[in-house]
Design a protein around this ligand. Structure first.
Ligand code: FES
Length: 370
């Protein structure tokens, strides 16, 4: 027994054995390869004496580890089967959702625990025992130290019994197969990809707009009594149809009346990709429409300061200039509020003449390239 394997003496004066260390009567295999010669550096991974496990212990360890690996395999298989047989969104069977999480969690736990328990049995009953110490050396390692690591690694691979014990090796590989497939299965739940959904909303040419909350259709003349008015609006829908919260979040707009002469330069510039249109062409009689969703992280930018024409987001104080294409003038947002091109129909109701000029809401991956 090495000195490292003992604790303080007990009352009878006999040295106590540290839990997990080999017994004193276990055979000791000399460790000539790891022992440094006199005056020689021990290398980064020097080992003490090696205590090989008796063959009988190793065989028992192999069987125990294999049983755990088979259980891990069954757990992993159960995970895959539960995922497909008991989907959480099973139509018409809400009780399945309740069992789905339980089965997925339970089977995955069994699988991972089985592999961990099998590895523990393997290490404690099959692999030889010795202690390794690694001095804290200067970097980079010398060639000799690198060679020592390589020897140590090869020796560890040999001692692990991975090649010599086929039952344990095969059951471990078996256990890893369903567990390896689990992340692939789970990736299915991150889809489907949004495609062009984030770039388009339900705004379309000719769509009227209604006051958010009352659903009253808005006429251009509603702004005549108040030259600085601001109205929060949504697209009008067919009778009985309500916009989902998602649709509302994407389509909600601010309609703002800007007095003639207050428009700034960006409104008069020709917009890239259009046939000579300016942003002023997308307004009607001084009324401009912008997405109400802040381009920072998506709060409603619902505050309007009419004398300066500033739209303020209360969440982190991003400020946009309504008279200048809703450009950011302050705060963490770094993209203007998208503008909705508007006009009026034959009856004088405000309508959209197209979709937003850019995707509404917070920045997403297309903008990461900017
Ligand atoms: S969400 Fe508007 S400033 Fe952060």
């Amino acid at each position: 027994m090495t000195e490292n394997n003992t604790n303080d003496n007990n009352e009878a004066g006999e040295p106590e054995r540290v839990v997990g260390t080999p017994k004193a009567d276990e055979p000791v295999v000399s460790d000539a390869t790891a022992a440094p010669e006199a005056g020689e550096h021990a290398g980064p991974y020097a080992a003490s004496e090696t205590h090989a496990r008796p063959e009988e212990t190793q065989r028992r360890g192999e069987k125990i580890a294999s049983v755990w690996f088979v259980l891990a395999f069954l757990g992993g298989l159960g995970f895959l089967v539960s995922y497909f047989l008991f989907p959480p969104d099973a139509i018409g069977a809400p009780q399945i959702a309740q069992y789905s999480n339980m089965l997925l969690g339970g089977s995955l736990t069994l699988s991972m625990f089985g592999i961990g328990a099998g590895m523990t049995a393997w290490a404690r009953q099959v692999m030889p025992h010795y202690e390794v110490h690694s001095p804290y050396d200067e970097l980079p390692s010398s060639e000799k130290e690198k060679g020592s690591f390589s020897d140590f690694f090869m020796r560890g691979a040999d001692e692990s019994g991975f090649t010599k014990r086929p039952l344990m090796r095969r059951t471990l590989i078996l256990a890893m197969v369903p567990l390896g497939l689990a992340p692939i299965v789970l990736l299915r739940d991150t889809g489907p990809l949004p495609g062009g959904q984030l770039k388009h909303t339900t705004w379309e040419p000719g769509r009227r707009m209604v006051v958010e909350g009352t659903d009253r259709a808005i006429r251009a003349e509603d702004f005549e009594n108040d030259p600085n008015a601001m109205i929060s609006a949504l697209p009008a829908t067919e009778h009985g149809h309500h916009l989902s919260l998602n649709e509302q979040a994407k389509t909600v707009i601010l309609l703002i009346k800007i007095p003639e002469g207050d428009w700034q330069e960006r409104m008069k510039e020709e917009v890239e990709g259009t046939d000579g249109a300016t942003r002023l062409n997308w307004t009607h009689n001084g009324i401009v429409a912008y997405s109400k969703i802040c381009t920072h992280v998506g709060c409603p930018a619902a505050l309007y300061e009419s004398t300066t024409h500033r739209i303020l987001c209360p969440c982190h104080q991003s400020t946009f200039d309504a008279a200048n294409a809703a450009e950011v003038v302050f705060g963490p947002a770094h993209r203007a509020l998208p503008q909705l091109p508007i006009s009026v129909d034959d009856e004088g109701y405000l309508i959209a003449t197209g979709d937003f000029t850019a995707p509404p809401g917070p920045t997403f991956w297309d903008y990461a390239k900017d």
